[in-house]
Design a protein around this ligand. Structure first.
Ligand code: SAM
Length: 278
């Protein structure tokens, strides 16, 4: 069914800064994002922040009959426009809510098939939202809740996610993202692709949560605590950064030099430190 058949009339909307609204307007960028997602038959797709449907509408046009698309939007005005536009389509459902505390497992309904999550994310909440999604994707890896994620983020955030040890941007976001997922930066998107234009460059990243983690922390929460403490002051040695958690002697006992800075240690070393804490 086309828009005219659903009698949908576009409504003008003033972008709300508090919801990080920068709407995509560049058809070639939209095409490239959808190609990167590569929707296929039987998919259960979830879009965070569909906004004015810049990605949603062309995606629905290629959505298979046996696929579904759930839209999660916090802005009630936009959610009611989305309802007017797409509620007639059985494959589409609209959810009003805050992605930051949304339980994505509720979207799986009665299927074992994992969700494919994507979105042009609101930049003001991108880091906490990524941590929330990592938790949702991996709280019980065996449950296989999310199979992949494609996000538009500030390029600086994508750089931090993908950063290797030793680089300036390597930190908590790099370690926790790479602990749980394979991280693939895909391509950059310039400010002109949006209205209103953001001040910074954006980028698309693909995150593939591991079904079997390559490195296993006995308690992921302890790993997070160690990583937070180690990077709380980047310039400190890890002897000082981890002072409240582990002694210099204990670090030496697991072959970690207490005099180095956190940014030089790889993820396996952080996992070792976390697993040595009782
Ligand atoms: N997908 C649209 C596009 O590409 O043009 C809009 C992207 S805009 C950067 C971010 C969208 O996320 C807006 O529609 C905004 O209202 C929505 N949003 C902001 N905070 C949200 C939250 N906490 N939970 C769900 N949606 C949110």
């Amino acid at each position: 069914m086309t828009d005219s058949e659903s009698n949908y009339q576009p409504v003008s909307h003033t972008a709300r800064k508090r919801f990080g609204q920068n709407f995509l307007q560049d058809a070639s960028v939209i095409y490239n994002i959808l190609r990167a997602i590569g929707p296929s038959s039987g998919d259960h797709l979830v879009e965070i922040g569909p906004g004015q449907a810049a990605l949603t509408k062309p995606l629905i046009e290629q959505l298979a009959e046996n696929s579904s698309l759930k839209l999660l939007e916090i802005d009630r005005d936009l959610a009611s426009q989305l309802t007017a536009q797409f509620a007639h389509d059985d494959r589409v459902s609209i959810h009003i809510g805050d992605a930051l505390d949304f339980d994505f497992t509720t979207l799986r309904e009665n299927t074992d098939k994992p969700l494919r999550v994507f979105g042009n994310l609101p930049y003001n909440i991108s880091t906490p939202l990524i941590f929330h999604l990592l938790e949702q994707a991996t709280v019980n890896p065996a449950a296989n809740v999310i199979s992949d994620m494609h996000f538009m983020l500030q390029r600086e955030v994508v750089d931090r996610m993908a950063a290797p040890p030793g680089s300036k941007t390597y930190g908590r976001l790099s370690i926790m993202t790479q602990y749980y997922c394979q991280v693939e930066p895909l391509f950059d998107v310039p400010p002109e692709a949006f209205t209103p234009q953001p001040k910074v460059m954006s980028a698309i990243v693909r995150l593939l949560p591991y079904k079997d983690l390559p490195l296993k922390a006995d308690q992921p929460k302890v790993l997070d605590k160690v990583v937070r403490a180690a990077f709380s002051q980047r310039r400190k040695t890890i002897r000082n950064g981890l002072r409240d958690l582990i002694s210099a002697e204990q670090l030496e006992a697991i072959n970690v030099d207490p005099g180095v800075r956190a940014e030089t240690l790889d993820i396996a070393t952080f996992v070792n430190i976390a697993n040595s804490l009782k």
